[in-house]
Design a protein around this ligand. Structure first.
Ligand code: ATP
Ligand code: MG
Length: 659
């Protein structure tokens, strides 16, 4: 018998079925920013023309000559060729000539509870001052600026200030270690670092400056470090190096200019470099450019979240991830939205922090992650139920497949069955949302990201690149370039081609598995690398995990394949129970049977391990590859993106004890 993990079966079996369906609310059908049901057909008929009309939402200094120039062999996409614009102008300046200058751009809440509100005029002033300061310390167009900051308004300001002077930023999430920060600074060849004396997280101070100093000690190209005082006297000692280090406020005070003319950059000028989460391996520095990216995120923000001037929009992601770049800063601000920004953890001072923020600021659109929703489920309904959240009208999720059970909870407990849920599938590479409901046009189904956004040509194919029939899983691919796509992996175009464009020439390989149902809805099945092969049946991790999570005692589950003498591979599940449930042999047996009942005996786990937590990336995605390494007794792969290495050590111990 051949080794099933290496055999050539190219599709993925579908084992989980979900028939519930939720139509768009009547009110939205009449008022939504996008409510024309023909939009999908129109966009498909002329993909490039569709995106061209989207680009005219922006202010351009010079109109483009050619909408798309695509070289599928060298893999070079150029959008709106010949056009010039500035992202900071489009997110800030253009609101100055309207009533929006006095509208809240950012409502910020620090973890200890302080609130700062910045109008668009405030933002305009601060972005200009910060841009002037960057210029003064020697940042020129094209220079990379590394940013390692907590979630404070100055972080958003820093991005826009870099964009203003045409200096690509590279934001490194403030939870990363000195090594990870160093690697990203070196890889992006940044010459300036913007950081802070610290930040608050779960009631504790994170010593960002100490970490930054350790990192910069190994980055000779860094000429200046600007440190924002977030903590001030709350932090005891901050080591500043003469000549290199400056305090943010002093640097601003020493800057005379109050206005910096926005750089008129080429549409393809790099706007930022951002590293992927590293769920599957070494992070890749995705390079995004200006015109196409901004077009993409401006349009998707408006249509998917239906952001209106009356809305208070809150995306709970950190700006350190692509979600924060696209859907806190560039997309919403290009639309003149009011954005809530929160610094800290969801459980501080108590487990109702998010719900209290929604009540206090009247949040109407909430965009968060399935992993957070599963945590809230585990904590219990009493926390959201303490608050009046009737301001909410649209809910979104991103980051991982959302299990139908978590979707239903989100819908019932948070949305009060009154708010459409937009489950948005996309990646750091894609820049903007790719598969999602449009809330007034697409009925939702729990667990499905539904349809490709207009102008996005997605398909599910087998190993040979042929479209698979409905209800068969395969590789999720994108068949036409789109404006938000990353143009290269910074410094490694070879790897970019190899990772995404080699398997199916001219077609973008996402790395995720998916199926399409008879309504043309897409269901994400998990990563292709994680697919489990049982007796020749290839099963996506998502479906087995969802079956486990549908048991009322289960909070979270991660499923992997391990070698099995007869079946080739068998399923091993790592399960976190909700509070009030105790791990036991009986419980494990019960869950194995539950899976067999929900999706068939084929998927019955060989073994269930109960763990207090699952190993996750710093963006809170489950890292199955490390669980596989443990299960197969291998040396652990790249663990630098792991949020908490102790969890992994505990699981390893647990696993070894049972062998
Ligand atoms: P790396 O590429 O370095 O392994 P990563 O893929 O975790 O890291 P991101 O770009 O942050 O880095 O994550 C994108 C991935 O997240 C997608 O490819 C997909 O696996 C998952 N994902 C995001 N949103 C959804 C969603 N709505 N449904 C299902 N999966 C999602
Ligand atoms: Mg990825």
């Amino acid at each position: 018998m051949s080794n099933p993990s290496q055999n050539d079966l190219s599709t993925i079996d579908v084992v989980l079925h979900e028939d519930r369906k939720f139509p768009p609310p009547e009110g939205l059908i009449a008022t939504a920013n996008m409510r024309d049901p023909n939009i999908y057909d129109r966009a498909n008929a002329d993909v490039v023309g569709f995106w061209e009309s989207a680009a005219s939402r922006l202010n351009w200094y010079r109109h483009w000559d050619t909408a798309l120039d695509w070289d599928p062999v060298g893999v070079h996409a150029r959008w709106f060729v010949g056009g010039t614009l500035n992202a900071s102008y489009n997110c800030v300046d253009r609101h100055m000539n309207t009533w929006r200058q006095n509208k809240a751009a950012i409502i910020w809440e620090g973890e200890p509870g302080e609130v700062r509100t910045l109008t668009y005029r405030d933002l305009y002033r601060e972005v200009n001052r910060t841009a002037a300061m960057l210029r003064r310390i020697g940042v020129n167009k094209g220079d990379r600026v590394a940013i390692y900051m907590p979630m404070v308004p100055e972080l958003a300001i820093a991005l826009l200030a870099c964009a203003r002077i045409g200096a690509p930023h590279t934001v490194i999430f403030a939870g990363f270690s000195a090594e990870s920060l160093r690697d990203r600074i070196l890889d992006s060849q940044s010459s300036v670092l913007l950081t802070a004396d610290g930040g608050w997280r779960a009631g504790k101070i994170i010593d960002l400056k100490g970490i930054a100093n350790d990192a910069v000690a190994q980055c000779p190209a860094i000429k200046k470090v600007v440190t924002y005082q977030r903590l001030g006297s709350a932090v005891h000692h901050v080591q500043m190096e003469a000549g290199r280090d400056i305090w943010w406020d002093e640097a601003l005070d020493q800057t005379k200019e109050t206005y910096i003319e926005p750089e008129q950059v080429d549409s393809e000028h790099p706007l930022f470099i951002l590293y992927t989460s590293g769920t599957t391996g070494k992070p890749k520095g995705q390079m995004h450019t200006t015109g196409g990216y901004l077009t993409d995120v401006a349009l998707t923000s408006s249509w998917i979240f239906d952001i209106k001037d009356s809305d208070v929009y809150w995306c709970t992601a950190d700006i350190g991830w692509v979600t924060g770049h696209s859907y806190i800063v560039y997309g919403p601000m290009a639309n003149g939205a009011t954005c809530v920004m929160y610094e800290g953890g969801p459980g501080f001072p108590d487990k109702d922090r998010y719900w209290s923020i929604i009540e206090k600021h009247g949040v109407s659109i909430l965009y968060t992650a399935p992993t957070s929703i599963r945590t809230f489920m585990r904590w219990g309904e009493e926390y959201p139920n303490k608050h009046d959240m009737s301001s909410l009208r649209i809910l979104g999720t991103v980051g991982e497949p959302i299990n139908p059970e978590a979707w239903m909870w989100y819908n019932r407990v948070i949305g009060k069955e009154n708010c459409p849920i937009v489950d948005t599938w996309w990646q750091t590479e894609t820049g903007g949302i790719m598969i999602t409901p449009l809330p007034a046009l697409v009925a939702t189904k729990p667990g499905s990201a539904t349809r490709p956004f207009p102008g996005i040509v997605a398909d599910v194919v087998d190993r040979a690149g042929n479209s698979v029939p409905n209800n068969t899983g395969g590789y999720l691919v994108i068949k036409h370039p789109w404006p938000g796509m990353s143009r290269t992996i910074w410094g490694d175009h070879e790897r970019y081609i190899k990772t995404y464009w080699e398997q199916f020439p001219g077609i973008y390989l996402t790395g995720d598995g998916a199926r399409r149902d008879d309504d043309g809805y897409f269901w994400l099945l998990g990563r292709i690398d994680d697919v489990v092969n049982i007796s020749g049946h290839r099963i996506g991790t998502m479906e087995v995990e969802s079956a486990l999570v549908s048991d009322p005692s289960v909070a979270e589950a991660a499923v992997i394949g391990v070698p099995h003498e007869i079946k080739g591979q068998g399923i091993v599940a790592f399960v976190t129970l909700k509070s009030g449930n105790t791990p036991s042999e009986e419980k494990a047996q019960e869950l194995r049977e539950h899976v067999a009942k929900v999706i068939g005996a084929l998927a019955r786990p060989e073994k269930i391990y109960f763990t207090a937590e699952l190993p996750k990336t710093r963006s809170a995605k489950i890292m199955r590859r490390l669980l596989r390494d443990i299960a197969e007794g291998r040396v652990l792969g790249d663990t630098t993106t792991l949020a908490d290495p102790n969890i992994l050590a505990e699981i390893k111990q647990l696993y070894e004890d049972e062998q």
